[in-house]
Write a protein that binds this ligand. Structure first.
Ligand code: ZN
Length: 344
């Protein structure tokens, strides 16, 4: 029964993968592909952080993102518009009494909907980093929120920001250390970095594994944990202000029902393979039933769901939720390594 959710193990070589965050052992959970290349997603036994090993060539990942990931299709623009409102509401809530003001930068701005909304809210321009060509062209057409850079390296070192935003970018990277170093260099002391990304500690991810709505087996290479060792953020020049699981926007996430039904259909298909003479009629019918359920469950984008599915979602969506909201503050140089307690 549990055959198909067993970890994908390559018999010739299961590398010893340790967690980038807590240093514990990580176990293989499923295969990840990029073009013709394959790799394996590993999950930390301690903090649930996930990352692939071995990593893909940096150039291949960059090319995918620059050329193919966005195509300026109407549904992409609509999705960007809807998500911008969701992101803005989440960061305004997370900012609390220290309101968002001053110079701002968004990394991975897409079509610039969030950056333009934020610019309107704070009454100032918002610079953006966006590697994708279609997105940059589209921003020039729709209205530039501020200066547009094609990569983080292009942002002048003298430029410092009070707030940096990074939504659903971390899962496309292969490691965090270089990124956090680059961001820390662009923040003023006590400047904040806001991150939204899939939550490695999500309960539904643990249940559905490779069938999880955000497993993204051809584009997601790492998932951040919700809890961090006390010295993790100080080591990167930051102090953790908030690590909270939040509910993804409807437009951003296939339903839990969809993941659950697909997982059962795949498990039942797996059972059939082991039998003499193939699947029995009962097994085929059961599998057909789950495929049917998955077939009309919600998939992004452009969900216009119905009440029963929403009720089901409320029933099965349990904490920790699927999206992770992190807010970290750049620490002054002399407070680094202070070993601040940084649990959620
Ligand atoms: Zn870990």
């Amino acid at each position: 029964m549990a055959q198909l959710i067993q970890p994908v193990v390559h018999p010739q070589a299961t590398p010893l993968v340790t967690c980038e965050f807590c240093g514990e052992r990580s176990d293989p959970i499923y295969e990840v592909t990029l073009g013709q290349d394959t790799s394996t997603m590993f999950r930390c036994v301690q903090c649930s952080a996930c990352r692939i090993a071995p990593v893909f060539p940096t150039e291949a990942v960059r090319t995918l993102y620059e050329k193919e990931y966005f195509q300026a299709a109407p549904w992409e623009l609509e999705k960007g518009r809807v998500l911008a409102a969701d992101y803005l509401a989440k960061v305004v809530r997370a900012a609390g009494s220290r309101r968002i003001a001053g110079r701002a930068l968004e990394i991975g701005a897409g079509y610039g909907f969030f950056a333009r909304s934020l610019a309107g809210m704070i009454g100032s321009t918002v610079d953006v980093v966006e590697p994708n060509e279609s997105c940059r062209a589209s921003m020039q057409e729709l209205g530039e929120p501020g200066t547009i850079y094609a990569s983080l390296d292009e942002v002048p070192a003298r430029q410092k920001y009070e707030n940096i935003f990074c939504f659903h970018v971390m899962e496309h990277l292969q490691g965090c250390a270089d990124f956090f170093r680059g961001v820390a260099a662009l923040l003023v002391d006590h400047g904040r970095l806001f991150i939204l990304t899939p939550n490695a500690a999500s309960r539904s991810f643990r249940l559905t594994g490779e069938f999880w709505g955000w497993s993204g087996r051809d584009q997601h290479y790492q998932f951040l944990p919700q809890t961090f060792p006390a010295d993790y953020w100080p080591r990167h020049g930051f102090r953790l202000l908030e690590s909270r699981d939040v509910v993804p926007a409807d437009h951003h996430y296939p339903s839990h029902w969809h993941a659950w039904a697909r997982m059962h259909a795949a498990r039942l298909a797996g059972e059939g393979h082991g039998c003499e003479g193939g699947e029995t009629t009962a097994l085929r019918m059961k599998r057909g039933f789950f495929e049917w359920l998955a077939g009309f469950a919600r998939q992004w984008p452009g969900y216009d769901g119905f009440t029963f599915e929403r009720r089901w979602e409320e029933l099965v969506s349990r904490v920790p939720h699927d999206e992770l909201l992190l807010v970290v503050m750049k620490a002054e140089a002399d407070t680094r390594g202070s070993g601040e307690h940084s649990q959620q």
